[in-house]
Design a protein around this ligand. Structure first.
Ligand code: C2O
Ligand code: CU
Length: 531
């Protein structure tokens, strides 16, 4: 993966001119995190959201506010945007079948502290304020009016009440800002948190819980010498948007290089990649050069897998989640490092005193019926496009697109409620794109290499290899799929839940904010609306 370029386009060095033109205070130099002391801070655990409703109808009021939090012991507090008093925000715990209402409130300042590009996604010339937010529950099967449609943002002083029915299986979801053309900055600022759904299938497995269940939200940042978040600009004042963001510091739950004390027993890690662009390749080992310690993945985006999958390295693209069991029993007294490739993230300090109860990992977790291709009413070929051209430097700032269409073009994806479709993602770009559909869960059918050049010239697919089945940890229910460059990635989706307007998009937030997002409509089952 090219760390800082897209088709050889280099981020402009951090000229402050564009930032100053935005009224953003001149940033300090970006810090080399390697200089900081390692493992001096405890891993923070986000607080649990407190309901003001009764037992049957939980209600939460979560206000987006500017907060301060130290990213590392030896840095001054960072200005962040969070929910209530924290970023990441409080974790909402829900049970299947028990609806929750949330009032999302915008109590943010009127000026953004990150560089706003006012010309993205058709917003130039409109009255859209710099600070605008709308919250989406990622992976939630929710009615369209509660889904956080990107154009339904509200300003400081505004709020919105939504209903989350929780009519879906136990899993780890997350809530995050989804405001049009500024999601990358609002999430970078800290506007996200976890949302856990539990059910009886999960209960029956008696998985490690309480302090033995650890949420891990991973995200990368660039930190200035004075402890603040730094987000780059392109150096072109007319289009300060950058095509990707990769930070030098990888934070877990908001801390850089933290540690967590564990007993020599089994733990359940609920891992979320909340990064803008970075994919993680996670390993656990006693040190950079020692053999990786195996662990078991038991769940993916939309809940438990059919059976545990043993791994030594876990790939997680932006917005993907993994439910993992780690056994520290044989690692008494050792320090175990979680790394992404060679970058240290977090240290587990395994104690010597026994304490954790023994737990036997079940060999069957839940029943997952694979959706048969014959159930699909239709197949939609959908391209992922990058019109930038290495021979034409002026094209470098052009947006990437889904199926050649801008956000503002009429809806083209309009499945009928209850129907099943195959979406065939034809990746014509040089990048991997994590593609996410709102409302639904889906299964990955396969990925298959094809000749991009032939496609560009003839619009015909010439496969160059056989179809590759999904990885064993991708065989469960998903809501985000990695579409690899030069491959056709096929997913099979049943459009269950609600009719109405939703979106699908790339979850690299820089792409999503600049046209790699499309509205889609779920049509009522007996409607006359089909085009
Ligand atoms: Cu994680 Cu459209 O969102
Ligand atoms: Cu993308």
């Amino acid at each position: 993966m090219r760390p800082l370029t897209r088709r050889g386009f280099l981020y402009a060095s951090l000229t402050n001119a564009a930032l100053l033109a935005q009224g953003v205070k001149s940033p300090g130099a970006v810090l080399n995190p390697g200089r900081l002391a390692k493992f001096v801070d405890r891993l923070p655990i986000p607080p649990r959201a407190v309901s003001s409703g009764g037992a049957a109808t939980a209600h939460y009021r979560l206000a987006m506010r500017q907060v301060e939090s130290k990213i590392h012991r030896d840095l001054p507090p960072a200005r962040l945007w969070g929910f209530g008093a924290t970023s990441p925000g409080p974790t909402i715990e829900a049970r299947k079948g028990q609806p929750v209402t949330v009032e999302w409130v915008n109590e943010l300042p009127r000026r953004h502290f990150l560089p706003v590009d006012r010309a993205l996604h058709g917003l130039s010339g409109t009255a859209a304020p710099d600070v605008r937010t709308v919250v989406h529950l990622h992976g939630g099967r929710v009615p369209p009016e509660s889904d956080g449609y990107p154009e339904h943002w509200f300003e400081p002083g505004g709020s919105s009440v939504v209903l989350y029915p929780n009519d879906q299986e136990a899993t780890l979801l997350w809530y995050h800002d989804h405001a049009m053309a500024i999601t990358r900055l609002n999430i970078m600022a800290g506007l996200f948190g976890l949302y856990v759904i539990r059910d009886e299938v999960e209960d029956a497995l008696h998985l490690p819980s309480g302090e033995y269940e650890i949420p891990l939200i991973l995200f990368d940042r660039n930190i200035t010498e004075d402890g603040q978040i730094h987000y780059p600009v392109s150096g072109n004042p007319a289009r300060i948007w950058v095509p990707e963001f990769f930070g030098d510091a990888i934070l877990a739950n908001g801390k850089l290089f933290s540690y967590h004390d564990v007993e020599p027993g089994q733990y359940r890690l609920r891992i979320l990649n909340a990064s803008n662009s970075r994919t993680y390749y996670l390993t656990l080992s006693a040190g950079a050069r020692s053999t990786p310690h195996p662990f078991f993945q038991i769940g993916s985006d939309q809940g438990l897998l059919a059976a545990p999958v043993e791994l030594t390295r876990l790939t997680l693209a932006p917005a993907e989640r993994a439910d993992v069991i780690v056994d520290f029993q044989e690692l008494r007294g050792q320090n175990i490092l979680m790394q992404s490739d060679a970058t240290p993230i977090l240290q587990f300090r395994v104690g010597t005193a026994p304490g954790a109860r023994a737990f036997a990992l079940p060999q069957r977790l839940r029943e997952i019926v694979r959706t048969s291709e014959s159930e699909a009413a239709r197949t939609r070929p959908l391209t992922l496009d990058d019109p930038s051209d290495s021979d034409d430097p002026t094209s470098m700032m052009m947006p990437m697109l889904l199926n050649g269409a801008m956000w503002s073009a009429p809806v083209t994806e309009n499945p009928t409620l209850g129907s099943t479709e195959i979406w065939s993602l034809i990746n014509l770009t040089d990048d991997s794109h994590p593609i996410h559909l709102h409302l639904v869960r889906f299964q990955i059918l396969d990925r298959r290499a094809f000749d991009v050049f032939t496609y560009m010239n003839t619009r015909r697919i010439r496969y160059t290899a056989g179809a590759v089945p999904p990885d064993s940890n991708e065989m469960g229910w998903k809501d985000t799929v990695r579409a690899y460059p030069g491959m056709v990635t096929r997913i099979i989706v049943r459009f269950e839940g609600y009719a109405g307007r939703y979106v699908w998009h790339c979850h690299v937030l820089e792409h999503e904010d600049y046209e790699m997002m499309r509205p889609y409509d779920v049509l009522p089952a007996n409607g006359q609306h089909d085009a």
